[in-house]
Design a protein around this ligand. Structure first.
Ligand code: GLC
Length: 668
């Protein structure tokens, strides 16, 4: 059961889809106290209490023992010391064995989650705004609590079916020629592929909704041709609009008064890729409709997928921070710069980006309510996603368009997916991706994944292989890397054949993945779950951080350590292990409940199916369309026979089909 508690004058975030009456009694479980830093909800934590949630955040699945901040941030290094990443998902579950409950804080401002950091056995959640709605959910199990909270937040986004295929991306593909080469290198080696991303290089001077006409002389013809080959182009769209008198988008936004403005009424200017830029006021309905309508320019060219970026919003500098930087440099010119001076100089430029002063410098017109940006900061990216998604629906209420965003807030999961931002080519980032998957699912973000191979710094063959082995299971399966790093398309490596074989498993699992994804949408369930959700009362499961439940029937246990040739796995019940090398080459091993060491050479990875269950398995294909139409067999360890409910549809429409459309597949 969910109860709502209201404090101050909450902002209309659009995150929640149900209207609940506000409680008048006191909030159970917490002490509520106003302090200088905000409104604080605190409680003692019992010795073994486990905390799951917060969506996108560093460290482990159990969030206990650190301090996190809901503050959407453009951060490049996802190290353990980061308190915030790009999205703020204020959902947290408390579980101490017998007693579980969850909460969702509908507060788009800065929230500090001190979860046993200052005092080991105390959680203190502080809302800087103090204007919020707090939803408290009690229930019999973690799984039921998350289902209820998900129902509160509304149905998750439905991507087109091809978006579950493998997508290749890299910052640096600048022309039709570059993209053709990527397509050709995959197709000629029979490496499965469904999409290719276009990063900022396709644009004309980094202007949204434009493309370089020399590099892409006939975008529509090109997109259509690729589609004949089952390949979709996925261009990036950034939040900031180039400030240029000759730029039609800038002129339109200015004339129609749709940009974020400063206190004196002038337009706020901050720099991003195109240099000085203006920021559409996505928190305003008119501005959302306007920006969204511009996606038509690319949709008209045959584009059917987008990724929205830099929408925290990222600000490299503003006119004000830049002027201040130069002032400091001038003050220090000719000085003998020592300790203080050198830090001052470094910080003046090094800390210029995403400056807190800038986030306090501009305002939104939330359909009549004027609000300073920092109060509602975490909504900005979510509302950009909404802007695009509403425009897509308006254009064609049946056609699903691929959309994923970097920045997010609860509610945006109804409009699009999200990727996990600029990770690194680090082994620890395979584990980090894994840890975030259930936390993101909990808040409704089912369509997610990380940059496989790692975005920043140079990948290695074995790292990419292990990343892909996790990526086989994530709905968004995209290889992406930064400009200047080692090229990491599969075909660049000597072991490309084994990576291709790994992808064949993904394509054979597509019917199951899609079915489980759609059922999770329909039932407000999670695709990835901590083991604790399926095995309440199992102490080991409660504390397992390196394995996940996947779909209703399966468990995964990826290898995240370099040079490992196997790993320990905990089986909370009897399961069938499938050791995959490819869709066609795998061995099956029934295993009993308990601990096992399993050997997994670099080209091998494991999937575990609960005893008594079966899952559909297709055939490795080179594109998703073929994969979805391939004949299915059933994999599983079911001595007495078993059946699987297969969800299928034609991939159109914005709601999953009801259960009576499921096909029952039986294994005797
Ligand atoms: C941001 C994105 C990254 C993209 C880059 C250039 O860093 O997170 O994915 O490649 O911008 O557009």
């Amino acid at each position: 059961m969910i109860r709502k508690y209201v404090y101050g004058n909450p902002y209309d975030t659009g995150a929640v889809v149900k209207t609940l009456p506000a409680e008048t009694g006191t909030l159970p479980y917490f002490e509520v106290e106003q302090s200088d830093s905000g409104l604080c909800f605190s409680r003692s934590l019992s010795k073994d209490e486990v905390l799951f949630g917060l969506g996108e955040a560093v460290r482990g699945m159990n969030k206990r023992g650190y301090v996190y901040e809901s503050w959407n941030s453009d951060v490049f290094d996802h190290t353990e010391s980061q308190s915030s990443l790009y999205a703020s998902l204020n959902l947290l579950l408390f579980c101490n064995g017998e007693q579980c409950f969850g909460l969702y804080l509908d507060d788009p401002g800065r929230v500090r989650w001190d979860l046993g950091y200052t005092v080991t056995d105390r959680a203190c959640i502080t809302s800087e705004n103090g204007d919020l709605a707090l939803y408290l959910c009690e229930g019999d199990s973690l799984r039921q609590i998350t289902r209820e909270l998900r129902a509160l937040l509304g149905q998750s986004y439905l991507p087109p079916k091809w978006a579950f295929g493998y997508i290749q991306s890299r910052w640096g593909y600048a022309s039709e020629k570059d993209i053709r080469a990527v397509a050709q290198n995959h197709r000629s080696r029979h490496i499965p592929l469904d999409g290719i991303c276009m990063d900022i290089d396709y644009m004309q001077d980094y202007r949204d909704f434009t493309w370089n006409r020399e590099a892409f002389p006939d975008l529509k013809g090109f997109a259509d041709q690729l589609k004949q080959d089952h390949l979709h182009l996925v261009p990036i769209i950034d939040a900031g609009i180039k400030l240029d008198e000759k730029e039609p988008l800038y002129q339109e936004g200015l004339q129609r008064d749709l940009f974020c403005k400063k206190a004196d009424g002038s337009v706020f200017v901050g720099a991003v890729w195109p240099g000085r830029a203006c920021f559409p006021d996505f928190l305003n309905t008119r501005a959302r409709e306007w920006f969204g309508s511009h996606y038509n320019t690319l949709l008209d060219e045959g584009i059917d997928g987008f990724w929205n970026d830099m929408n925290e919003p990222a600000i490299f500098y503003s006119d004000e921070t830049l002027a201040r930087g130069f002032e400091i440099a001038d003050e220090l010119r000719g000085e003998n710069i020592g300790l203080d001076g050198s830090f001052k100089l470094k910080d003046a430029f090094g800390r210029m980006a995403n400056h807190p002063d800038d986030y306090r410098r501009f305002y939104h017109d939330m359909d009549g309510r004027r609000v300073r940006h920092d109060r509602v900061h975490n909504l900005y990216g979510a509302m950009m996603t909404r802007s695009a998604a509403e425009a897509f629906r308006k254009r064609d209420a049946n056609k699903r368009v691929l959309l994923f965003s970097r920045s997010a807030f609860a509610g945006a999961h109804r409009y699009g997916g999200m990727w996990q931002g600029d990770n690194f080519s680090w082994w620890s980032h395979i584990a980090l991706c894994m840890h975030m998957l259930p936390a993101l699912n909990m808040s409704g973000f089912l369509f997610t994944g990380c940059d496989l191979g790692g975005f920043g710094c140079n990948t290695t063959e074995d790292l990419l292989e292990r990343f892909l082995q996790l990526g086989v299971f994530t709905p968004l399966m995209r290889n992406h890397s930064a400009l200047g790093t080692r090229e990491q398309e599969i075909y660049r490596f000597s072991t490309w054949e084994s990576m291709r074989d790994t992808l064949t498993v993904r394509y054979a699992l597509l019917p199951y993945l899609y079915s489980e994804y759609m059922k999770a949408v329909r039932d407000n369930d999670m695709l990835f779950r901590p083991l604790a959700m399926d095995y309440p009362g199992d102490e080991r499961a409660l504390h397992t951080e390196d394995q996940l439940m996947w779909g209703s029937e399966c468990m995964i246990a990826p290898v995240t350590v370099q040079n490992a040739v196997g790993r320990y796995v905990y089986l909370p019940e009897d399961m069938l292990m499938i050791r995959f090398r490819s869709a066609k080459d795998h061995d099956l091993e029934p295993m009993t409940r308990g601990d096992h060491y399993i050997s997994l050479r670099l080209n091998e990875f494991a999937l575990f199916i609960k005893k008594g269950c079966v899952i559909p398995f297709g055939q490795g294909a080179e594109n998703s369309e073929d994969a979805f139409s391939a004949p299915l067999t059933l994999l599983g360890w079911a001595e007495k026979g078993a059946s699987y409910r297969l969800y299928t549809d034609d991939g159109t429409g914005y709601a999953p089909l009801p259960t009576e459309h499921d096909r029952i597949l039986r294994k005797e």
